[in-house]
Design a protein. Sequence first.
Length: 126
Amino acid sequence: MVISLLAAGWLVNQAGLEIDVITRLATVTVVFTLFIYTLVILSAMKLRGHDEDEDTFIASTPLLIVGLLGNAVLLIYVLYDDPGALIWCGALLALGLLLFVIEQVFGSRKQSSGRDGGDPTNARKA
C-alpha cells in the first residue's frame, strides 16, 4: 500500500504538481490514527455496563471526554494545516472499500461442515 502511494505521489509530481509525498502520507496517517482513537473512546463509552465484573477496568468519563476533545482539536488543526489530506484519506477509504467488495465477491469462502450452520457455540470438540 505504501509503495503504491509513493508511486502515485511520484506520478503526480511527474505530471507537474509538486506534492511532498512523505509529508502528505504522515498527515494522512495522523488523520486515520485520530479517527481510530476517537472510535476506541466512543466504544469505551458505549460498552459501559456490558460484561463487567469487579475486576473490569473502567476509564473515567471525564478522561474519555477530554480525550475526545483533544482528538477533535488535533484533527481540526491537522486538517486546517493540510486540507488536501482529506482527498487522500477519501481515496484510501475508497480503495479499501473496493478491495473489500472484491474480496466479498471473488474471495474464497470456507464452507461449514456439519449441521451446526457455522455457529461456533455448537462446534464439536476435538
